[in-house]
Design a protein around this ligand. Sequence first.
Ligand code: ADP
Ligand code: UDP
Length: 246
Amino acid sequence: VTLLYEGKAKQVFSVSGEPDLVRMEFKDSLTAFNAQKKGDFPAKGMINCQIATLIFQKLIRHGIESHFVRSEGDRAMIVKQLIMLPLEVVVRNRVAGSLAERLGIAEGKPVRAPIVEFYYKNDALADPLVTAEQVESLGLLPHLSISQTHEVLLSLQAFAKKLNQALIKIWQQVGLELVDFKFEVGTDKDGRLLLADEITPDSCRLWDLKTQEKFDKDRFRRDLGGVAEAYHEVLRRLKTDDGGRP
Ligand code: ADP
Ligand code: UDP
């Protein structure tokens, strides 16, 4: 077993005897603003791993497949090893975060229709926003022609909307509103595009449906306090949920 990659929130290991799989181990660290702000809390890795696992399992009932294969201990999951697209896809149901700041729109304003945005995954450049045209014309997806890139972006956009609808319902079921989220995808050995990485309070903005209270990484980004308590509460709600069935 070898460490293939160590990122800000997870370590990725090979799985002996299973070359198409990797083990993703969730760390207790928490970073924001392109890792300029660092923190951690005990059991954070375990909580996020369990949250991501429950979300991936619920998504199957909504017809959405992911890289998730099985759990391994309480802070790791075995997933299909994918060739990742160097993109972060963000979907927004209300204006918040970087969008609120960049356009000077009040945080919380609902959008007329969900917004799908692409960010080029590159730490040195702090993951810049890119247009579909830039991805296509600059050839930002390796090994794909311009027309293949165009097709992939179209299917990503459609997938983003379908995933958004499923996640809105799943979070609603536990009393949380999905304000926005980020996801990543990769292709498996048969060339299929699959949801990868994680869906957790690190990658979603989740507001309590009744109180508007934040249950996500903004508590850490904005020094609101109660970070660990919020993550614990998200997991507690998902565990006691009766299934999040569509
Ligand atoms: P970062 O790289 O942004 O610091 P993490 O610490 O979460 O983030 O590292 C996990 C890495 O594993 C990310 O680069 C992510 O793109 C990648 N990854 C997620 N799922 C898979 C998968 N199924 N196969 C291969 N790589 C994956
Ligand atoms: N997001 C993420 N990883 C990133 C950037 C954003 O998971 O590298 C998530 C973030 O948690 C939020 C959504 O994507 O749910 C939109 O983030 P935004 O562009 O508003 O940037 P932020 O304010 O988080 O820097």
